[in-house]
Design a protein around this ligand. Sequence first.
Ligand SMILES: [Ca+2]
Ligand SMILES: [Ca+2]
Length: 625
Amino acid sequence: MFAVCVLILVLNALFCVECNPSPVGDVVVERYSTPAACPREVKNGDHVRYHYNVTLLDGKTFDSSHQKGVPKVGLIGEGRLIAGIEKGIVGMCINERRKVTVPSHLAYGAAGAGDVVPPDATLVFDLHLLDLWNNADMVVTKTISTPKDCRRSIMRTDFARYHFNGTLLDGTLFDSSYAREQTHDSLVGEGWLIKGLDEGLLGMCVGEIRTVVIPPFKGYGEKGLGQEVPSQATLIYSILLVDIHNAKDNITVENQVVPESCTRKSVVGDYMRYHYNGTFLNGVTFDTSYQRNTTYNTYIGMGYVITGMDQGLLDVCVGETRRVIIPPHLAYGEQGAGKDIPGSAVLVFDVDIIDFHNPKDNITVEIISKPEICNETSDANDLIHYHYNCSLMDGTLLFASGNYENHQEALLGADKVIDGLDQGLRGMCVGEKRVVTVPPHLGHGEKGATGVPGSAVLVFELELIDLAKGVPPGYLFVWLGESPQELFDSLDMNKNKEVPEEEFGEFIKLQVAEGKGRMKPGMDPEEIIADMFKNQDRNHDGLITPDELKLKVEEDQEREEMGLEWGTGGLGTAGSRGCLFRGLWLLCSDRMHPCTQRYTAFRNSRWHRFEVCRHFLEIQPSMVG
Ligand SMILES: [Ca+2]
Ligand SMILES: [Ca+2]
């Protein structure tokens, strides 16, 4: 009988066949389900959380954590649990299930336990280890992947946005930011988070994935968290850091590429055109001007854009590229913006400065070359021909006069070319080359023009081809010095007291040839003479008489005194046909080049009408009445 019992004991030890162990027997452990990996086993001094079911040898369950719905938490090796459990649980892995048969002397002994455990009862525990930690445990972090470029990592007081999956040691998912489709956003190291995260997030780079294992006393402790995190649970966070900034952060400027030539840097109040790519720290694009194929245009430093951008666009050169990293308090703050920019997001803008100017800017003129001999220079009223290349500040060529059949022609001061160009073409010698930079308010304004972007600064490379000095607006002929004392006597070259058109024309041409007078450039001289003669010959008999001349001179003087520039066409004064073909200015416009033409609304000046008329006459001579 003794031998049999020994045999049974041996068998019991080997095969864990149920047996009634002798009072001096030890616990018998049957590891009937073990996990594939077991990084850590229970040892004395560890805390454990486990489910159990305990039966007597007859199979009758008298206690079960499953039935209670709450796992048991205990400290091993300190004599706080029944000795058999403390022995039987040592060496257990998380998620292991084992059966531990505990002899009476390692359980409740001869006394038993009330009505529940009879004296000398052997107990059979079915254990499932859920959690395991030690008071000496620290927060353990392990980097799974890290980006190549880690310029910055989390420090205390930083604000982080991260995604995470949170699991218990047994693999139960208790929370996930991915499920919410929203990052968790928090200050780090300031007690907003559980201690384990406050510690475990430190040193993380944006884009890094790490796991953080947090013992319960640095997690949710005894209280746990709602239904999801039980009391005394070790937490495993798998974290992806999306974003990081500090409330003390200013903007950061990186990747600056400054062009070799930079004559001026942007200041507050400049109006800037730039392209940008807006991304988050993780590289995901939220907005780009390139896709819209149009620059973003704004005043800078004046609150029209987010503060960080206002700052980041200061002190830049035309043609510069730079990266501006903007913390949320200088961007869209905790609120974010729309559906594209989440709250507390750090924004990264890669900007390309196309151009900028200040509304106070005038044109700039850079003289490239000037001929040695230069007797006269261009000015208002002159008729000039010139070559030009018209480009944007980044060098994009918009128009070149070489693409057209003729040189570009302009009557300076006649409101026909954009103001900046009109200004830039003045004071030039024939053969001179210069570069004129024109801000948009002296160019095509905010709206731009055909082929010219709105608010663009234009760069004109100019060469003056020829120059015909002009006459004041409204004049067909001017005296360069004093006019003759006795005008009629001078006109009446053959002294027969009458001046027909031929004689009149001869006289005018002589004045021009001798440098005493100048006809309006750009018009047929015969046409001018005919025009002037018609106005002098009041009764239209084909002859100018002394009286007619006197009357006309008096009229013109009167008009000049009244400040009327629009004469009716006389010798020494102004005028031409009163052409009132309104709206024909478009015909003129078609003759102009897109980059230079003034596109502002029709100016209802008499002079303008005259010019319209002149163009019209050139185009449609048959319509001259
Ligand atoms: Ca005569
Ligand atoms: Ca007459």
